[in-house]
Design a protein around this ligand. Structure first.
Ligand code: ISL
Length: 545
């Protein structure tokens, strides 16, 4: 694979609302991010991805944008943004912004004009004189009647997030203008929100009835999307040293290559969702028992599926997903869980994405009241579960506890202080009580901390090309409790062995480790014939050149 900075780099995702509040309103802000640049640099990340910071009524925490060229006042000013870009660059860190262009806010002037049917704006969004049966990602109908225009409009997310009509030629042009605006400010790339949903079938026909997302056959990976993306690539991305990562639910390696294949490169990489189903059926609300195989199978499938043909992203967490320790390991063994999961994932081929707090082993929210959840999706799903599935309050709350997006949105835990050093005032969403123990300050100078372990992984990635560019092969795939694989580059070899369970298991792999050095291990004491609970080891053999 060709070398590229975004393949060699490591991305740190910031959810600005919950990262660090400096002006005492309980909401994170850009100056808070500026203050914490040293933390990101110390970790060793080289790229920052910011969840949306644009002007927004915050129906969906910034994923409903009302002005793509303005900063949300709660977060700061354009001057703060410019300072952030400059200060990140001064530390050699690049910045990637969230690009949310499947939909806008209903308060965006474009939508207002479309509602009024101003000439040229009538079809800027998807309108229909009749109601269609599609359902939204947030558990409601996807078509809502607009009393002023007296027609129905499409919103795949909340009703305050109407979908843009990408067949309207001006939509593309407007997006091009927005991209150029931010590229001129020095931004280095874009994380493209729900980008494989842009294309909608002509005539917007009713969908086949389904339990979730009725209508999706009319917009998921619709062929039209490739026309829009290749246009953006030719017109904008290819003219800049920038990178794009698409958020794409419902792709398999074959459809993914239509976006990220080396021959097309509509996008540089994408987020697939297969491994996010390791503990659920189809959608995260239908929980199933987690088994290590459920994680290993999809990850391995993607490693093999894109090898030599496209580039993977490596992620376990983001602002939409519950914390990985709770989902895929054991919060009672926090250090072992966090470090094993990081080892298992970040030695694979692809660009690592680390979500804020993951580097210190933050765990799910400890909310007990419905009112503690702030996310619109959580509230919609709660209502739906009570109404449609006749869940009891207790059962619906259990569902939120397991899967709510707010699990990942509690404030970043900087220290053991009252609000975890996130803010001097009551935060917009509750701080996890375990911040007394789980926080940055407690880990930063401790060589045995999760943070220090992450630093080691990132250090190794910088040092050894094999971790970035080596080929991937499973070892003993059928051993259910073990996740082991080999990476190869030239004559060099790297072997990763992880006990994916909380019980000791024998160390048995079909590889001769003669000539290998143990370069990383998360357990104390000699690396023996037994793998301790969640023990992870990395062996490297280099041929002298
Ligand atoms: O979290 C999800 C539902 O349980 C996902 O389906 C999520 O909604 C989907 O991946 C799209 O996510 C992105 O677009 C949304 C926004 O709410 C998410 O935060 C964003 O990551 C709409 O813009």
């Amino acid at each position: 694979m060709l070398r590229a900075w975004f393949r060699e780099g490591v991305v740190y995702q910031i959810y600005p609302r919950s990262f660090r509040d400096t002006d005492g309103d309980g909401i994170g802000d850009l100056r808070g991010i500026i203050e914490k640049i040293p933390h990101i640099a110390l970790l060793g990340a080289t790229i920052v991805w910011l969840s949306p910071v644009y002007a927004s009524p915050n129906d969906d925490n910034g994923y409903d944008i009302s002005d793509y060229r303005a900063i949300m006042p709660q977060f700061g000013t354009m001057a703060d943004m410019e300072e952030l870009i400059a200060k990140l660059h001064a530390r050699g860190i690049r910045l990637v912004m969230d690009l949310v262009v499947n939909h806008t806010s209903d308060e965006h002037p474009w939508f207002q004009r479309s509602v009024k049917k101003e000439p040229g704006w009538e079809d800027f969004y998807h309108w229909s004189p009749v109601r269609k049966n599609w359902t939204s990602f947030f558990g409601e109908a996807a078509w809502t009647f607009h009393p002023e225009r007296k027609e129905w409009y499409l919103h795949l997310f909340s009703r305050k997030q109407p979908d843009l009509n990408w067949d309207h030629p001006r939509v593309k042009e407007e997006v091009k203008g927005i991209l150029e605006f931010w590229l001129a400010k020095g931004v280095d790339g874009f994380r493209c929100d729900v980008i494989n949903l842009l294309g909608k079938a002509d005539g917007l026909p009713n969908g086949k009835k389904r339990l979730i997302l009725t209508g999706r056959e009319h917009y998921v990976n619709h062929p039209k999307v490739h026309g829009y993306l290749s246009w953006l690539r030719d017109e904008v991305f290819s003219k800049h040293d920038c990178f794009t990562v698409g958020e794409t639910a419902f792709v398999d390696p074959k459809t993914a290559l239509l976006y990220v294949g080396e021959d097309r490169r509509e996008l540089d990489m994408l987020f697939q969702f297969d491994h996010m189903a390791a503990d659920c059926h189809l959608v995260k609300w239908f929980v199933k028992k987690f088994r290590p195989m459920n994680l290993k199978k999809p990850l391995s499938k993607w490693q093999k599926g894109l090898m030599g043909r496209g580039w993977n992203t490596l992620y376990l967490e983001n602002h939409d997903q519950a914390r990985s320790i709770d989902r895929f390991a054991d919060p009672a063994l926090r250090y072992e869980s966090a470090t094993m999961l990081a080892t298992m994932l970040y030695f694979q081929q692809g660009t690592p994405f680390i979500y804020q707090g993951q580097e210190i082993g933050m765990t799910n929210a400890d909310f007990t009241e419905l009112g503690e959840y702030k996310d619109i999706e959580s509230h919609n799903i709660y209502k739906l579960a009570r109404r449609l599935f006749l869940y009891s309050h207790k059962k619906a709350m259990r569902m939120l506890k397991h899967s709510s997006r707010d699990n990942a949105r509690t404030p970043m835990q900087w220290n053991a202080g009252e609000y975890a050093g996130f803010s001097a005032a009551t935060p917009w969403i509750g701080v996890n009580r375990n911040h007394a123990e789980v926080n940055v300050e407690a880990q930063i100078d401790d060589p045995g901390s999760i943070f220090a372990y992450y630093q080691k992984i990132l250090g190794l990635r910088k040092k050894y090309d094999i971790i970035v560019y080596g080929d991937y092969e499973d070892i003993g795939f059928r051993q259910r409790r073990l996740y082991a694989y080999e990476r190869r580059l030239g004559d060099d070899s790297l072997i990763v062995v992880c006990n994916a369970t909380n019980k000791p298991i024998p160390f048995r792999i079909r590889r001769n480790l003669y000539g290998y050095d143990l370069v990383l291990c998360n357990a104390e004491g000699p690396a023996g014939a037994v793998l301790k609970p969640f023990e992870a080891r990395v062996y490297l053999k280099r041929t002298p050149s």
